[in-house]
Write a protein that binds this ligand. Structure first.
Ligand SMILES: C[S@@+](CC[C@H](N)C(=O)[O-])C[C@H]1O[C@@H](n2cnc3c(N)ncnc32)[C@H](O)[C@@H]1O
Length: 198
C-alpha cells in the first residue's frame, strides 16, 4: 500500500476503497460489504449533525464504519465482528485511513450491551446461516437455527432501546421489524430502510 496516497482517493469508488483489503477480501465485496453510497446515506440518517455512538452489528472488514466515519466524522462508530481475521483487516484499513472515531470489537454481538450505543446499522449479518447463500469462508458454523436465534436476540435487544433509537437496515426483509420501530424512509430501490423507535 502507498503510504503517501491521498486518503480521499479511496472514496472515489467502491473499487478504490476495496483496494484497502487483500484481493481475497476484494472478491467478496459485491455480496458482503456495504457499498460507499449505502454507507453515506445510512450515516447521514444515523449520525446527522450530532455526535452519537453508532454500532454496526456484524462489521466484517469495517467498510460501513470506515466510510461513515469519513463522511460524518463528528459521530463515533463501533463495529462488532465474530471473525478475528476480518477485525484485523478492519484495523489495518482504519490505520491507512487515519481515522480516530472508529473502534472494532472482536466478538459475538449477542454478548454486547447494546444500551451503550445510540443507533444501529445492520446489513443482514446472519444471512450466511441460511441454506444456499454465499459464504464469506468456512471458519464458522452455519445453521437456520442460528439465524433465527440471532435475529430473535437482536430484535429483543433493539426493542429494549429508548424511543428515538435509529436503525438503518440494508437487505433486510421489510415485513419483519423489531416491535416499536417505524420506517421513516428508504433508499437504494427500497433495499435500504431507515427506522426510528417511537
Ligand atoms: C454481510 S457482512 C456485513 C459487513 C459490514 N457490516 C459491512 O456492511 O460492510 C456480515 C458480517 O456479520 C458477521 N457476523 C455474523 N453473525 C455475527 C455475530 N453473531 N456476531 C458478530 N458478527 C457476526 C459476519 O462474520 C460478517 O462479517
Amino acid at each position: 500500500m502507498n503510504a503517501t496516497k491521498d486518503i480521499s482517493s479511496y472514496f472515489t469508488s467502491d473499487q478504490s476503497f476495496d483496494k484497502l483489503y487483500p484481493v481475497s477480501t476484494q472478491l467478496l465485496a459485491d455480496k458482503h460489504w456495504t457499498p460507499l453510497k449505502v454507507a453515506k446515506q445510512s450515516a447521514a440518517f444515523l449520525a446527522g449533525e450530532g455526535t452519537p455512538r453508532i454500532l454496526d452489528v456484524g462489521s466484517g472488514v469495517g467498510k460501513f464504519c470506515l466510510a461513515a466515519a469519513h463522511y460524518y466524522p463528528a459521530a463515533r462508530y463501533f463495529g462488532v465482528e465474530q471473525r478475528a481475521a476480518l477485525v484485523e483487516q478492519a484495523n489495518a484499513a482504519k490505520k491507512t485511513l487515519q481515522l480516530n472515531n472508529v473502534e472494532f470489537i472482536h466478538g459475538n454481538f449477542a454478548d454486547l450491551p447494546l444500551e451503550e450505543y445510540d443507533h444501529f446499522y445492520f446489513f443482514n449479518a446472519f444471512y450466511e446461516n441460511l441454506f444456499g447463500t454465499q459464504k464469506i469462508d468456512r471458519s464458522v458454523v452455519y445453521s437456520k437455527d442460528l439465524y433465527e436465534k440471532y435475529m430473535f436476540i437482536l430484535f429483543r435487544k433493539l426493542e429494549k432501546m429508548p424511543a428515538g433509537t435509529k436503525l438503518a437496515a440494508f437487505h433486510l426483509r421489510d415485513d419483519r421489524w423489531p416491535e416499536g420501530y417505524h420506517v421513516v424512509g428508504t433508499g437504494m430501490n427500497e433495499l435500504l430502510h431507515f427506522l426510528i423507535k417511537l
